[in-house]
Design a binder for this molecule. Sequence first.
Ligand code: AMP
Length: 223
Amino acid sequence: MNKNKKRILLFFGPPASGKGTQSDMLAEFLKIPVISPGELLRQEQSAGSKLGIEAGKRIAKGKLVKEETIEKILAKCLDKKDVKNGFIFDGFPRNNEQLKLLFKKLKKMGFDSHEIIAVYIHLNDKEVKTRIGGRRVCDCGASYHLKYNAPKKNSICDICGKKVYRREDDTPAVIKNRLKLFHEEILPLIKYFKENNIVIKVDGSGDINKIQKEIRQELKKYL
Ligand code: AMP
């Protein structure tokens, strides 16, 4: 695989499909940054910023945050991160408006010639619900699963040593809304990329390292 080729990778998948974990692993391999609006919003929430408090009310209900909030978040991190060699979006775009915003932004940044590849991690609704119960996260951005990828020390983050916790939007009632959004808004986006032959689809139910290997293998086809 040509690691130096400039790519914009878009990670799609239902909640708890492993988008965050897989995009972080791939980013380390390709040496490009990951931009995760969900993660950035949680950081704003923990910092208690106005934007974070406002967004938190919608996140807690499993709703998308407002477009203007996403625009602010994206502007903030696209300025800060070193994106000139390509980057990964984890959790953006999430609807048709955001897809249009993505193309507008790439054009403005002079990235029209970068290759866009969508990576779809598939997991059925039943597995999503089972998995979500075991998910734990840390404020530093690390994500764990009590059964499949547990922290080495009970409830303590391997990376920063803080206590890991359950996301407030990982409750059964909220997950119902998030799954609904996935089916109604995100699946049509994946269809769009499929029609343009730029989707890598992997089964998200297996071993973390195997899934990563498969993504890298599939990416080779896009040299
Ligand atoms: P995630 O960590 O990607 O599952 O995102 C957690 C929550 O953050 C979502 O359920 C939304 O409330 C919000 N969020 C993340 N990304 C977006 C986005 N692109 N547009 C609107 N809301 C978002």
